[in-house]
Design a protein around this ligand. Structure first.
Ligand code: TYD
Length: 132
């Protein structure tokens, strides 16, 4: 069963503009880390990994990019092009980010600190780790 969720985030808006909050009410986990990618080349493919246990929530806060999610059986490409939409990416999905617009800022919030040992960067290892 393919599992991904593109979530609509509540906008707190008034005549001054819009504000979105990421907190325990809007996320499926507690935030341990935030990082973001910007000035990504148009032909660049980032990510290309899965995780052993770290879950992430992605928001393209500016511009747009595409996220390929792969559970080992099915692949799905999701367009992120709104600052009030996010994508929950559980650890067990292979993900690739591509087609970044020149103004794209892709923010990732994660439920664990950075640990290179949590990464699975080889597709065959990903399938073996999750017994797919
Ligand atoms: P990398 O994992 O290669 O990015 P991608 O998701 O595109 O595969 O990360 C790029 C560099 O940033 C690499 O040297 C590791 C470092 N980095 C950290 O130090 N902390 C972090 O939380 C992240 C995500 C990356």
């Amino acid at each position: 069963m393919f599992d991904f969720r593109k979530a609509k985030l509540e906008i707190h808006g008034d005549e001054r503009g819009s504000l979105v909050v990421l907190d325990p009410f809007s996320l499926p986990f507690r935030i341990a880390r935030v990082f973001y990618m910007f000035e990504t080349g148009a032909c660049v493919r980032r990510g290309c990994h899965a995780h052993k246990s770290c879950n992430e929530f992605l928001v393209c806060t500016s511009g747009s990019c595409k996220i390929l999610l792969d559970d080992g059986h099915q692949k799905e490409v999701i367009l992120l092009d709104r600052p009030d939409e996010g994508l929950y990416v559980p650890c067990n999905l292979w993900r690739e980010m591509f087609d970044f617009s020149s103004d794209a800022v892709l923010m990732a919030v994660a439920d664990q600190p950075y640990d290179e040992n949590d990464y699975i960067r080889n597709y065959q290892e990903f399938r073996e780790y999750y017994r797919i």
